[in-house]
Unconditional design. Structure first.
Length: 211
């Protein structure tokens, strides 16, 4: 084997001669590379979150006005004669439990009561058809006060919630659990429902008759 003397000298000295590279170019990512897209997306999300947080901090917070009839959780506008807003199912359950509405309410509250029926409740009873004709006849009792609805639609639950939000002078009579949950979120509005074949009152200061 014949080798160049210079190469042998380099090898003997423990050095390896390196050839110099030319035209070196810095490697760059393609703008459409998925790694760049992910990082850009994260930056945009972080900017958007920061922007939303700044807007929330600068936003004006509006507190709902408290009714003048409320003293803490006590509603001073609830005085005899009590005005009781009746839900559709309250009339049906009263008939099933053989309860007379006005006398049952007076036995519960020890005071005169005026049952109030809205147009939405009447419309629901009329839609239920022939099966609930007795409940419809009870709702048309001349001793009941008829309340006119000015809003659109005939959904009784929303109607009752809107009315007690606007006027804090009512007791709501219902056996619907979902409606009772919504009414409990409104301060100062008592609830009436049926327990052990008699009427019970909730959130009234004197609590009415014991159950």
């Amino acid at each position: 084997m014949i080798c160049c003397p210079q190469t042998w000298a380099d090898v003997n000295q423990g050095k390896v001669k390196k050839t110099k590279k030319f035209a070196l170019v810095k490697r760059m990512l393609n703008p459409n590379d998925i790694r760049l897209q992910v990082s850009i997306k994260k930056e945009n999300q972080a900017k958007q979150q920061k922007k939303e947080q700044d807007l929330k901090e600068k936003a004006v917070r509006r507190v709902a006005p408290v009714a003048s009839s409320l003293f803490l959780a006590h509603n001073t506008s609830l005085v005899p004669p009590y005005r009781v807003l009746i839900d559709t199912n309250f009339i049906n359950f009263s008939l099933q439990n053989k309860l007379e509405l006005i006398s049952g309410m007076m036995d519960c509250l020890y005071a005169k009561c005026i049952p109030c029926v809205t147009d939405c409740v009447m419309a629901e009873l009329e839609k239920l058809g022939h099966k609930y004709r007795v409940a419809l006849r009870v709702a048309r009792d001349p001793r009941f006060e008829r309340l006119t609805c000015t809003h659109s639609g005939t959904y009784a639950d929303d109607c009752l919630v809107q009315r007690v939000n606007a006027h804090k002078c009512y007791i709501v009579a219902t056996c619907d659990r979902e409606l009772r949950r919504r009414i409990r979120q409104i301060p100062g509005i008592p609830l009436m429902y049926i327990v052990k074949r008699r009427y019970a009152i909730e959130r009234l200061p004197d609590q009415g008759a014991p159950v």
